[in-house]
Design a binder for this molecule. Structure first.
Ligand SMILES: [Zn+2]
Length: 131
């Protein structure tokens, strides 16, 4: 949602002009909620997830059963980073992607995933709940 700077009317993100007073969207975009926090948290979370996945892959040299989980964690982290970028376009869908990647990461490599999953989860919740 964007709010018209001139009259305060709430408009859909897709509109070009305010439905109430006709002011152009350029005057509204400045008030659009910034999703930079969610994006940064999500990217850091994704990078931590990648590190966790890399750890699991290195660990799998000693315990081969962990290897698949490491690969799964790496994919989950990439999904999380994609979600972080998407959150700028669509906060709700981006947020859902972030939360899914956080849960996926936790399921994949449990303890290794905690730092990344926590950040991805927070980013996802902020994207969905923060107006
Ligand atoms: Zn207006």
């Amino acid at each position: 949602m964007v709010y018209c700077k001139k009259c305060g009317t709430e408009n859909m993100d897709s509109v070009t002009f305010c439905k109430n007073c006709g002011t152009s969207i350029e005057n509204m975009e400045k008030q659009k909620t910034s999703r930079t926090v969610e994006m940064v948290l999500g990217i850091i979370g994704g990078i931590l997830g990648l590190l966790g996945g890399a750890f699991a892959l290195i660990f799998s040299a000693f315990a081969p059963s962990v290897g698949g989980l490491g690969v799964s964690a790496v994919i989950a982290s990439i999904v999380g980073i994609v979600g972080s970028a998407y959150v700028m376009q669509n906060a709700r869908i981006g947020g859902i992607i972030l939360i899914v990647s956080a849960l996926w990461l936790l399921i994949s490599i449990s303890a290794f995933a905690v730092p990344g999953a926590v950040l991805l989860g927070i980013a996802g919740l902020l994207a969905i709940l923060r107006k």
